[in-house]
Design a protein around this ligand. Structure first.
Ligand code: PMP
Length: 404
């Protein structure tokens, strides 16, 4: 069992007050909080071995290079990638997806089809639309049902000889649905299509084994798993990463440069132009260490208890509707109260020290599907408590009585 009291001690921010009330942080799907162990890794870097990596012969540069590359291996082991060079450091999921979408311009042609799920974050829609505009490929959408689950029956019909790529998130940020990615990947491979899974929301809750999944690309952002902002990763199968052209040109990504011709560096450097977020990469590794020491199975179990309790209590409120009622979901609850605008609800909750997200959650097609402008989203992490759920419920009731 998790010792939540002890875990909360690791997060200095959880001690602060907001508007004179103890902070109740329920916006974890947007970004998670940072434990002292990760803050220490960041401070240690800037205090003791801040230097540019890979090129330096001096001690600080070598220390920074070692730590940065060790962190890459931690990420590799965590996701069970076969090779460390299949892990590309990026600035986050958005960058990872753009890197792949850009590269596929060279690999797909007019009339090819790319499938995207109806419950994607904008970062897993817009880059593919741009790809289709560049190439003349056609974007098709795998729809969802009222529960917020993907229509696999329609997916089966959409898949065909023309399908070259399938993109889907592992877990929806707006609804919390855990998508059946094993089935999605297997079926795409049967028609020879490649699959990119956006793991931004899954990484805080479960461990994806990229080899067992046989996925072609998998992405995540460190800031959702107790790490810093501005760093993330792209996993790509070696054969795919070799086929994709580089995304950006610059230092670090070359083998040889003359004005006549440039040759590119081997993986992973081919995709890592310029000075990277060195400290961020190291802190990403520290964040994975921290979460693995707690244990993802325990985390998932505890978060499910919180989800079940919060769902049960919220549903007792008259006029409250939850969007995303899939059987298989994680600790994200999107809801509205009839007659209450989500923004007004969020603003009152903030006055009470409760941080939730309101709006379309960068997933406007989902809001269009439900014919709503947005939702209030409470998302729970392993450091949240049942008492905080109670504060949320009391806050929602108070806001409701003020607004209706
Ligand atoms: N995909 C999903 C499912 C997300 O939840 C997010 C972040 N909200 C992203 C992609 C984009 O991540 P980032 O902003 O870190 O690039």
């Amino acid at each position: 069992m998790l010792d939540i009291k002890k875990i909360r001690e690791d997060f200095p921010i959880l001690k602060r007050e907001v508007n004179g009330k103890p902070l109740v942080y329920l916006d974890n799907a947007a970004t998670s909080q940072t434990p002292q162990q990760v803050i220490d890794a960041i401070v240690d870097y800037y205090q003791n071995y801040n230097a540019n990596i890979h090129r330096g012969v001096h001690t600080l540069s070598q220390e920074a290079t070692d730590k940065y590359e060790q962190a890459r291996i931690k990420i590799q082991k965590h996701f069970n990638a076969a090779k460390s060079y299949e892990i590309i450091y990026t600035s986050g999921t958005t960058h990872s997806i753009n890197l792949v979408a850009n590269g596929f311009s060279a690999l797909i042609k007019e009339g090819d089809e790319v499938l995207v799920s109806a419950m994607e974050h904008h970062s897993n829609i817009v880059p593919w639309q741009m790809l289709c505009e560049r190439t003349g490929a056609v974007l098709k959408v795998i729809p969802m049902n009222e529960e917020g689950e993907l229509r696999i029956d329609v997916y089966d019909e959409l898949l065909g000889d023309k399908t070259k790529l399938v993109f889907c998130n592992h877990i929806s940020n707006a609804l919390g649905t855990i998508n059946p990615i094993e089935e999605i990947i297997e079926k795409a491979h049967e028609v020879g299509a490649a699959v990119l899974i956006d793991g931004a929301q899954a990484a805080p809750h479960l461990v994806a084994d990229v080899q067992a999944l046989d996925v072609d690309f998998y992405t995540c952002s460190a800031h959702k798993i107790c790490g810093p902002t501005g760093v993330g990763m792209l996993y790509g199968k070696e054969e795919w990463l070799n086929k994709l052209p580089p995304y950006q040109g610059g230092g670090e990504m070359i083998a040889e440069v003359t004005f006549e011709k440039t040759t590119y560096a081997d993986l992973p450097h081919k995709f890592e132009a310029g000075t990277p977020n060195i400290c961020g990469g190291i802190a990403f590794g520290a964040a994975l260490d921290y979460m693995n020491a707690i244990g993802f199975e325990e985390i998932a179990k505890y978060e499910h208890e919180l989800l079940a309790y919060a769902t049960q209590e919220l549903l007792k409120i008259d006029g409250l509707k939850i969007y995303g009622t899939a059987e298989n979901k994680t600790s994200v609850i999107s809801f509205n109260i009839e007659g209450v605008h989500p923004y007004d609800m969020g603003s009152i909750l903030d006055k009470l020290g409760i941080a939730v997200r309101t709006g379309h959650h960068c997933a406007q097609p989902i809001m269009d599907f439900f014919k709503i402008p947005g939702t209030v989203r409470a998302s729970f992490a392993f450091y949240n408590t049942r008492e905080e759920v109670d504060v949320l419920i009391a806050g929602v009731l108070k806001a409701k009585s003020m607004l209706l």
